[in-house]
Ligand binder design. Structure first.
Ligand SMILES: *Cc1c(COP(=O)(O)O)cnc(C)c1O
Length: 386
């Protein structure tokens, strides 16, 4: 499906709402039926008819259709957060006594689900580096049900070979899933490589304005039906129609935001790489990135996140550098219009907390929609402190 059509027409049923260009927010929690026959038909098809908003809501449904089309999957389910999407997807597949293979450094709350939460229900996880497919395949057990990928992750950007992973998982009856938040559906469509379930924190690029927390699960109708009638309806972490309308507004500009962020980030990375204080650059589309060839094979662009390891510095100096920045906000998260900085140094020597496993000299940068020159001007000036 043509992306122009997806973003401007697909899923919208304007004749049903006064030919309004912008979709209405159907706030209604429930929907009434003309007669018993319609009621009976709707109950049998709750995922695609309008019965109750915890299931399918007409405003949310437009977004479902657009995101599914962008990811080239049959359907999508919107959730209250990215974490809700991830936990519903994994929990839909595993039962007591099952086993999950997961990449070593997934998003922190994904790790928490697999390390602290699911073991309470007898589900165990093996973590793998993920850069070598053989290591992933060697982790298989007779009870392995899920292969969980995050390619790239959002700190050091390790990548998995999606096509090899998907093929292997299919051969072994394992459900493959991926957190695709870093690339957004614009720069990587894992279903093309055969991955079963594609997950996003919609909070990041898809909404892209730092004003909504949301998530999505994309996949085949068969998989999504299983999730819908179990975790989705039971745990009920759904997206509200009002938030869906905001996200519909934002998604119109997703491709141009991604293109802009990609171009600006490439420019910033190129300059910073040559800086004497940059010991190492982590960015998938940097030609020196160890998995550059695989990144170019699977991704059509790279996002606005990269990490630098600062050379010959100290926790104190890095903290001073960060405090000098104003155009880059000191914050977690990413994917919005505003550039951000997330240093590891301030997380050292926190009272009552263990020091991070990540070296103190790692600084993650997120490039938003500002001009490269505007951002570099401040960054290069502040780097004098390092
Ligand atoms: C933020 C994030 C999540 C979690 O999404 P929420 O919308 O905050 O629940 C999951 N994966 C990645 C890669 C993220 O960056």
């Amino acid at each position: 499906m043509d992306i122009n059509y997806i973003l401007n027409e697909h899923g919208e049923d304007r004749a049903n709402y006064f030919h309004a260009v912008a979709p209405p927010i159907i706030r209604s929690s429930n929907f009434a039926f003309k007669n018993v026959a319609h009621f009976r038909a709707a109950i049998l098809d709750e995922m695609d008819s309008h019965v109750y908003t915890r299931g399918n809501n007409p405003t949310v449904e437009i977004l479902r259709k657009k995101i599914a089309a962008l990811e080239k999957t049959e359907d999508a389910l919107l959730t209250a957060s990215g974490s809700a999407a991830i936990s519903a997807a994994i929990m839909a597949i595993v039962s007591q006594g099952d086993h999950v293979i997961c990449v070593k450094n997934p998003y922190s709350w994904t790790k928490s689900l697999l390390t602290s939460y699911l073991p309470r229900f007898g589900v165990e996880t093996t973590y793998v580096e993920g850069t070598n497919p053989k290591e992933i395949f060697a982790a298989i057990k007779s009870n392995t049900k899920v292969l969980y990928l995050e390619s790239p992750n959002t700190f050091t950007f390790e990548i998995q070979d999606l096509s090899m992973c998907a093929q292997w998982a299919t051969q072994h009856g394992i459900v493959s899933m991926i957190d695709n938040s870093y690339c957004s559906p614009i720069f990587q469509q894992p279903a093309d490589f055969g991955i079963d379930l594609v997950l996003h924190s919609v909070t990041k690029y898809i909404n892209g304005h730092s004003d909504i927390v949301a998530g999505v699960i994309c996949g085949s109708k068969e998989h999504l039906k299983r999730i819908f009638f179990n975790e989705y309806m039971t745990l009920g972490a759904i997206l509200s129609p009002a938030d869906a309308a905001w996200i519909l507004r934002a998604i119109r500009t997703l491709p141009i935001r991604m293109e802009r962020i990609h171009d600006t980030t490439m420019e910033v990375v190129k300059v910073l790489k040559k800086h004497p204080k940059v010991e190492r650059m982590y960015y998938p589309f940097d030609p020196d990135f160890p998995q550059y060839a695989l990144a170019k094979k699977q991704m059509t662009g790279s996002g606005g996140l990269f990490t630098i390891a600062v050379k010959d510095s100290s926790i104190e100096k890095i903290n001073l550098f960060v405090d000098k920045l104003k155009r880059f906000k000191l914050a977690v998260s990413w994917g919005g219009h505003e550039s951000l900085i997330l240093p590891i140094a301030p997380l050292y020597h926190l009272e009552g907390r263990n020091d991070p496993h990540i070296p103190f000299n790692y600084v993650r940068v997120y490039i938003g929609l500002e001009d490269a020159d505007y951002l570099l001007e401040e960054l290069l000036d502040a780097m004098e402190i390092l």
